[in-house]
Design a protein around this ligand. Structure first.
Ligand SMILES: [Fe+2]
Ligand SMILES: [Fe+2]
Length: 310
């Protein structure tokens, strides 16, 4: 494999503006535990996002703040600063769902403690000694974030188009959280990849960190689903108290459009590993911005900003 840097294609869509955070807030008082009615498997599969994202996105912010001095492109720096603002808000919004889960008898602390350890210690700053190893480690983490962002954009695109969730009667507040976040993931989908290309861009690193990110996400996700199903106080787990969750459950929900399809997920893999890959060739910024213009939470956030400015 060549270590030749990837050429930064630049924004494909015209009218590029740096992403900006929207200071949203959500009230969870009326959201039921199974916010996809009668479907705890779908509910908890998506709920894993609330466990992974707060620690994960705070880690993005932490790593990116260290990279800022190495960015020698004003437009990219503005994009990264906007990205940092959006991810910090995403982490906070998902974190605010956790007390609601606790009130309903589902305490996620045993799982989130492990996720926190992974991001703060295992993927933290002191994993390697200072000097060249730390610089290698910083580039490695920037590449990891680019790989993860391939999947957050994939999920964002999916949820913006997941009409089956509306038809299933999913809670509108939860759908707005997921679609506001998903739309911002689509909006800023090129930033992490452009940053990786700017400071490194080696294909071997892209491929290696993709494998690591994909494996870790799959491992953490299935553990999160099992955790929720094993601890949901409303579920009858039968003899032995074991939680049932299988790949077939996931596949069936994917075919129904309630979760991402297994085929679409697998097809997204070769996309990221193509040498001419760039995130701007995937998803629709226009669709993301259209959702953000209609999202109740994003509209309320913009109205509050307008009021403050007025
Ligand atoms: Fe995010
Ligand atoms: Fe993101």
């Amino acid at each position: 494999m060549s270590n030749k840097p990837i050429r930064r294609p630049g924004p494909v869509e015209s009218g590029h503006a740096p992403p900006r955070p929207r200071r949203v807030s959500f009230s969870w008082a009326d959201t039921p535990l199974h916010w996809v009615p009668g479907d705890p498997f779908t509910t908890h599969t998506v709920n894993v996002l609330h466990l992974l994202l707060p620690a994960g996105e705070r880690w993005f912010v932490h790593v990116y703040k260290q990279v800022l001095p190495y960015i020698h492109d004003d437009a990219l720096r503005a994009d990264v600063i906007g990205f940092i603002g959006q991810e910090a808000m995403h982490a906070q919004a998902h974190d605010e769902v956790l007390p609601h889960l606790r009130e309903q008898g589902l305490d996620p602390t045993p799982y989130t403690a492990q996720v926190d350890w992974m991001f703060e210690k295992l993927l933290g700053d002191r994993t390697l000694p200072p000097g060249r190893p730390r610089w290698w480690w910083l580039r490695e983490r920037v590449a990891l974030i680019a790989a993860i962002e391939h999947y957050t954009a994939f999920l964002g695109d999916w949820v913006l188009n997941a009409d089956a969730l509306d038809r299933a009667g999913a809670d509108p507040t939860m759908l707005d959280l997921l679609r506001w976040h998903g739309a911002e993931e689509v909006e800023h989908r090129s930033v992490a990849f452009d940053l990786f290309a700017h400071i490194d861009g080696a294909y071997a690193r892209r491929a290696r960190t993709w494998a690591l990110a994909f494996g870790a996400l799959m491992f953490l996700w299935q553990r999160g689903i099992r955790f929720f199903l094993a601890n949901d106080p409303t579920l009858d787990r039968g003899p032995g108290g074991t939680a049932k969750a299988s790949l077939m459950d996931f596949h069936r929900r994917g075919r129904a459009g309630l979760l991402p399809g297994t085929g679409a997920l697998l097809r997204s893999v070769p996309g990221y590993l193509r040498r001419d890959y760039h995130p701007s060739h995937e998803c629709s910024t226009a669709q993301a911005l259209a959702y953000l213009a209609s999202s109740p939470a994003a509209r309320a956030a913009d109205a509050a900003v307008g009021k403050d400015a007025g």
